[in-house]
Design a binder for this molecule. Sequence first.
Ligand SMILES: *Cc1c(COP(=O)(O)O)cnc(C)c1O
Length: 356
Amino acid sequence: MTKKHNFYPGPAVMPPFTVEKTIEALKDYGGTGLSIIELSHRSNEFKDIMAETQALFKELLEIPEGYSVLFLGGGASTQFFAVPYNLMKKKAAYLNTGTWATKAIKEAKFFGEVVVVASSEDKEFSYIPKDYELPDDIDYFHITTNNTIKGTAIHEDYDVDVPLVADMSSDIFSRRMDVSKYGIIYGGNQKNVGPAGAAFVIVKDDILGKVDREIPTMIDYRTHIAKDSMFNTPPVINIFGALQTLKLFKDMGGVPALEKMNIEKAELLYNEIDRNKLFVGNAAKEDRSRMNVTFILEDEYKDLEGEFLELATGKGMVGVKGHRSVGGFRASIYNALPIESVQALVDCMQEFEAQH
Ligand SMILES: *Cc1c(COP(=O)(O)O)cnc(C)c1O
């Protein structure tokens, strides 16, 4: 069980419940006399695990009829090309809000014309562009709802006339949302759901089958939908771990309860960043992420960066260092991070202020 204040961006803090249940299952899954990693994925036991994980995903996110939930290998990064493979006839629109969006754009260009409708690159991706129009002949519109590296987020569900595709790797289950507004929602499990190795894909069935190109079997979403996400051997232990987290989320009161906690945690930390004379936030206030909080030292204190990291490390904190492309600090405060850890970081920032 975690004894550190874990601010790593992903793999990231997991609920102790998830870790404990996974350890138990590794030793003996449910009295079968087999470890979870020895059990056939064709066994009834594993079929139940998959079915329950899909059902809880649907229940917690209130996913409407007509959508499928898949757990696939290859991470969110594989979805960067799986999405255009399955959806792009000629042209798609992308919103460029950071490093991951840029990578998604790069992959999409292999399949057709990519219109970057707006980008916040002019200000180092510190905000979410809001003033743009979508061309009317696009096959879908792709957004990244939480920009893990830059610390910005889209806090609403956009209303558009084409399938809306969202990379929600770092904010799934963090807020209430209306899944019916989306054509595809995908992401890696390792930030807010479970162990690394599985990516979730929520796909509206009726947007598929519209492209003329041939799609390799493993990349075609319809393959996985037809086989209940078990066309080939799925990442079993990762799905089992995700199931434990989802069970816990349900017990905690579901997404509304998680959202409330996330708002509290984020406010606690942003209030301190705004109050403390040493620190300043990176992201535009209205676009601040509740999952990844990025901040730097005020110019006159810039040379104290190493010293602050040392203080935080000494207090049992890990992962506070900012991404190499941004510098400064980043605290990833995902669903599973307890508010006590955020309070510990705030205390540390206050202690540091008193020292200087
Ligand atoms: C972490 C992350 C990814 C990459 O996920 P992988 O599973 O490592 O491929 C993609 N998009 C966003 C927004 C992320 O935070």
